[in-house]
Design a protein around this ligand. Structure first.
Ligand SMILES: *[C@@H]1O[C@H](CO)[C@@H](O)[C@H](O)[C@H]1NC(C)=O
Length: 322
């Protein structure tokens, strides 16, 4: 009798543990976009999509019938990813076009080349980004985080606005991050010339992404374009492997840890996917996490700062002269 109750309680606690671990994992993954709506014939651009969330987003949109332009810096890696997307989606209308957000000239060349092929753009996903890199500068002399994550996408989006306005229901998705919380826009040193901290530089660029989406919302209020920003989640990407662990034990542990505690790329792409194609989404200027709209801190709702950043970005990228 005693033995039996001991084993039963052992069994119950093991079962409870397994179920809790499973539920926690489901919670980490977050909800998936479940609607099956297709986007046949719609033209899509995804930046930074030769790997990770970007590649997954391109794949999901290709599966639903989109004409997908994969915009990446490295043409060879992009081609490899493109072949994979075509194979998995059975959609041949997937293209590889070089876009190096480190260079405003490359952004201009990309836009010009794209607009020669398509007059309408339905969905733009500003996904590319660098995170917590050592201090480097872009070709145009911008600190790399603000340069690639914000200025490059600022120019790209503006050069494509006329094509987006031609769409019946244009969408712009700005992939930002909750890391914005750690950041501020430095009006006197946006380029981090005076002082540099890789985490703060990253956070500043992610706050800039949100403020950009906010100001775009003001500029586009009389159009059919819906623009929102999001936090994709902490996703298990190849990057992690380069950061932690040299030994085989460390590697195995890291693999186990990240596989459980980080989102899969499939899960990480869900919020972008919803913002890009959910037919019921009609409001702009909001921030989403795990496919849910969440409130922002006052600094990310500061429209004075959003306008200042817009003006500064116009000046820095030379957009005014266009
Ligand atoms: C931004 O530029 C516009 C037009 O040039 C100007 O009217 C506005 O005051 C500027 N806003 C800020 C915050 O600098």
């Amino acid at each position: 009798m005693i033995a039996e109750s001991c084993c039963a309680s052992y069994l119950y606690s093991s079962a409870a543990l397994i179920i809790s671990a499973y539920l926690l994992r489901l919670f980490i993954q977050g909800p998936f976009y479940k609607k099956t709506n297709r986007i046949d014939g719609k033209v899509v651009i995804v930046t930074g999509c030769n790997t990770g969330i970007g590649k997954q987003t391109a794949l999901e949109l290709a599966k639903r019938g989109g004409i997908v332009y994969m915009a990446c810096r490295d043409s060879a890696k992009c081609e490899e990813a493109r072949q994979e997307v075509i194979e998995k989606s059975k959609n041949e209308q997937v293209y590889n076009k070089v876009l190096d957000l480190n260079s405003l000239q490359s952004v201009r060349d990309f836009a010009e080349s794209f607009l020669k092929e398509q007059s309408t753009l339905d969905i733009l996903i500003n996904n590319a980004g660098i995170m917590a890199a050592p201090k480097t500068y872009t070709t145009d002399g911008f600190e790399s985080h603000i340069g690639v994550n914000h200025f490059g996408h600022f120019l790209l989006t503006n050069l494509l606005l006329d094509a987006l306005k031609k769409s019946e229901s244009g969408r712009i998705v700005v992939v930002s991050s909750l890391a914005y919380i750690a950041g501020g826009i430095s009006k006197s040193d946006i380029n981090s010339d005076k002082s540099y901290n890789k985490v703060l530089a990253y956070a500043q660029s992610k706050l800039a992404n949100i403020l950009f989406a906010k100001q775009l919302t003001v500029q586009l209020k009389d159009t059919n374009i819906v623009v929102n920003s999001c936090h994709p989640g902490v996703v298990k990407t190849e990057l992690i492997r380069h950061i932690v662990g040299i030994g085989i034990i460390q590697k195995a542990f890291t693999e186990l840890f990240t596989s459980y505690f980080f989102k899969s790329v499939e899960a990480g792409a869900q919020t972008s996917l919803k913002l890009a194609i959910d037919p019921e989404l009609s409001t702009s200027g909001n921030f989403y996490l795990d496919t849910f709209r969440v409130p922002l801190l006052p600094k990310a709702n500061d429209m004075g700062m959003a306008e200042w950043l817009w003006n500064k970005s116009e000046q820095m990228t030379g957009l005014k002269e266009d």
